[in-house]
Every structure is written in C-alpha cells, then in structure tokens.
Design a protein around this ligand. Structure first.
Ligand code: FAD
Length: 410
C-alpha cells in the first residue's frame, strides 16, 4: 500500500495504542502511522504483571500484544524508548526527548497512568515497589523470594493479586487497607467480605482500617509502625493505592484536563485533530450516559476503536458496557457494568462454595454483576446489563431457574 500524506501519531504504546494502530488500518487509514512509547518494549499486556508474570508462569515474550513483524505488516512505525515532551498545536508537531520534532495530521494521546506513590521520604527505598510496567516486575522479582515477609499497602485488585502470588510463591504476606474493607471503591460489602475470608483462609494476614504511620530502616524499609501502635518487620513492600492519569502533555498544550484528558463520546478533545483514549482519558460513555475515566483493558480497546473511527471520518460514539476481570488464587472474578447507585444486591449461588454471582440492582434493573468462578453466568450477565433487563430478585437468586430464561425473548 502506498501511503498518503496524512500522519497519525499515537503517543503511548500500551493497550490502547496497540489497538488503535490496528483499528486505523482496519478502517482503511492510508496515512503514515507512528506509535511512540517511552518504554523499551513493544506494546505488551499489563494484566499478567500482577498475575502470571509475577508468579513466573508467563514468559516475557508471551506478554507481547503482537510481534515486530505484525507492525511491519500493518505499516506501523514503532518508536520505542522515545518520550514525547511537548505538543505544539499551532504548528501541529510534537517534541521528542531526542530533540527531534515530528509533525502530525492527527494526534492521539494514549499515555495511560502511573502509580500513585507514597510521599514519605522514609518510603523512598529500593524495597518499596509499585506495579505498572515490566521493568517494575523485573525489579520486584529481585526481592520476591520464598520465606520473605511481603507487606502489601492497599487492598484493591492489584494489591490483592500481588498478595495471592506472594502466598503461592511461599512468601509471608500482610495486606493493609486503610478503609474498613478491601475493594471498598468497587465492590459491595458482601464481595469485600468474601475476598477477605478467601485471602485469610489461604494464609494472608488481611488488616483493614489500618495504615502505616512510619517507615523505618536505612538502606531498605525493614519495619513499619502501624496506626494501632504496633510494629511490623518487613522484607519488601508492594504499594497498590491507585494510579494518576498521565495528562500533563495535554494540560501543557492547553487542552482541558479534569482527572484525565477530557474528550467527547468520539474520543475527541476540543482540538479537532487531537484525541485521547484509555486510562488517561476522561471520556463520555453513551451507555452509562456520563463522563468518567476507566482503568481497564476492554475499555482502552473500545475507546481506541472509537478514535480510529473518528479519524477515519466514520463517527461512532463510544457506548460500550465496561467490563473487567481479576485473578486471585483459584478465584476468577469477572465484572460487568458499574455498580454505583445500586440499591439491592442479589446473590446467586453459595459464596461458601467459592462459585457464585452477585447482581447489583437499581429499581429491579441489573446495573452490574460480579461473577466469581462462574463464566457461564458472566456471559448471560453481560446481556442482562447491556440490555438493562428488569428482573425479579427472587427468580434471580433461585438456581433452579436458568439465568438465560431471564433474558428478554427474541
Ligand atoms: P497503558 O497500558 O498504561 O499504556 C500507556 C503507555 O504510554 C505506557 O507505556 C506509558 O509509559 C506510555 N507513555 C506515557 N507518557 C508518554 C510519553 N509522554 N511519551 C511516550 N510514551 C508515553 N485491566 C483489566 O481489564 N483486567 C485486569 O486484570 C487488569 N490487571 C492489571 C494489572 C496490573 C498490574 C496493571 C498495572 C493494570 C491492570 N489492568 C487490568 C489495567 C489495564 O492494564 C489498563 O487499563 C490498560 O493498560 C490501559 O491501557 P492504556 O493504553 O490506556 O495505558
């Protein structure tokens, strides 16, 4: 294919960037495509970082979203190890860290996020780890050894996944969560209670309503003081207290930023030639009828497809139902929808069996579902949420009634 004079530049070679370049070609984009990433790798899958890659079950190569040859076939130039420092919107070019400038016709910001860090000077030590990149895990693995005491700060998905790999790798693990329960931001109290029980049953010391007051140690953090006045000896710490969107480039370029780069349902900023997608984007989701920022692979990919459509003048608003998953021990959690604002939780199956689903209802309508070791429920749940089905709570809880039969006919 001979290329036109158009140039699409994508800043950020992660999940969204990788999806976008393929989607542009699928939509017959005929210009030059340049994918720029500041990590040294081609785009790779991040979810295994706190799961199979940390445990050693997945190889580095298996993480790649596609290999170099596939980008060649797509006629996509991948500039890895290259950071974009600034956007010049007037002249429509970007400044790179090697001093070059690169013009664009369309620019997509797919810059993701970075871990929120502890601010205490005493916590700035090499055995205090964060999990976002392959390099982070390579560094963590130098400390991650059987018999060591791992302290996880933060009982969100990443912290709990790291805790589960820790136990399975023979470490002693303590999880501290400042809120009264783990997963407090994203799950119902019953789901939090289930995960606390499951972790404790497998040997994790889960302490909720507890935080670190002080870090101690010279070269490394070797102990911490907790909010209840006790001391804990530690060998290594993993911090999982959320991420911050990488929206500084956009802010400096005068684009609107509000906990992420503000875009419309077409992934477009107020500058018609600049788009933002993925973890860095404060976007409009037509299905949810609101603006929000979501940190999930399926959402990053959907937004990337939306931006590709917009760039190829096939405007299709973003209206995908968000979904997500988390693997801890032998527990596969799959979630669909957003539970915010729910008024009733219906549990189908017995949590004691570690195979059940929780349905979040508002006025009888299924807002979201958490399915634990229930892939079949999850398939139906996706439709119940997408089609905003009104259900009878008693039928939903009754396992003698098939879930499928609750879907609208036809
Ligand atoms: P990213 O994948 O973060 O990619 C952004 C890239 O842009 C990065 O490489 C960054 O370094 C680069 N960049 C930033 N600024 C610049 C610049 N100025 N110049 C050049 N490059 C730049 N989601 C799920 O759905 N399920 C899961 O189970 C799950 N598990 C996860 C486990 C871990 C450990 C982590 C960290 C995330 C997990 N997620 C999971 C979230 C998911 O990985 C993210 O939502 C997804 O990676 C977002 O993709 P993105 O392309 O927006 O950002």
């Amino acid at each position: 294919m001979s290329l036109s004079n158009e140039i699409a530049v994508i800043v950020g070679a992660g999940h969204a960037g990788a999806e976008l370049v393929a989607s542009l070609r699928q939509n017959a984009y005929s210009g030059r495509i340049i994918l720029i990433g500041d990590e040294s790798e081609l785009p790779y899958r991040r979810p295994p970082l706190s799961k199979t890659y940390l445990s050693g079950a997945a190889s580095r190569e298996s993480l790649l979203i596609r290999n170099a040859g596939a980008y060649d076939k797509l006629q996509v130039e991948c500039w890895t190890g290259t950071q974009v420092l600034a956007i010049d919107r007037v002249n429509k070019n970007i400044l790179l860290n090697d001093g070059r400038t690169q013009p664009y016709t369309k620019l997509v910001l797919a810059t993701g996020g970075r871990p929120r860090k502890l601010v205490e000077p005493q916590a700035q030590k090499p055995n205090v780890h964060y999990i976002r990149t392959l390099a982070d895990i390579d560094h963590l693995q130098t400390d991650f050894a059987a018999g060591k005491h791992l302290l996880v700060i933060g009982g969100g998905y990443i912290g709990l996944e790291a805790a589960s790999v820790g136990i399975q790798s023979g470490l002693r693990v303590t999880v501290l969560e400042a809120a009264p329960r783990v997963l407090a931001r994203v799950a119902a109290p019953q789901i939090s209670a289930f995960y606390e029980r499951a972790h404790r049953a497998r040997g994790v010391d889960v302490r909720t309503g507890m935080s670190v007051q002080a870090f101690h140690g010279e070269q490394q953090v070797d102990s911490v003081s907790l909010s209840d006045g006790s001391q804990l000896s530690v060998d290594l710490i993993v911090v999982g207290i959320g991420i911050l969107p990488n929206d500084e480039l956009a802010r400096a370029a005068g684009l609107e930023v509000d906990n992420g780069i503000v875009v419309d349902a077409y992934a477009q900023t107020r500058d018609p030639d600049i788009f933002a997608v993925g973890d860095c984007a404060q976007h409009v989701n037509g299905f949810l009828s609101r603006r929000l920022r979501i940190e999930s692979v399926p959402s990053a990919q959907e937004q990337a497809r939306t931006a590709a459509h917009s760039i190829c003048a096939k405007r299709v608003p973003h209206a995908a139902v968000p979904w997500f998953w988390s693997d801890q021990f032998d527990l596969k959690l799959q979630m669909v929808g957003l539970s915010q604002g729910y008024e009733q939780l219906v549990v189908r199956g017995d949590p004691e069996t570690e195979s059940f689903s929780a349905f979040y209802l508002l006025d009888g309508i299924v807002l979201s579902v958490d399915a634990i070791n229930r892939p079949q429920d999850f398939m139906v749940a996706k439709r119940l949420v997408a089609e905003q089905v009104r259900v009878d709570a008693r039928e939903l809880a009754d396992e003698s009634i098939s879930l499928k039969s609750l879907l609208p006919a036809g």
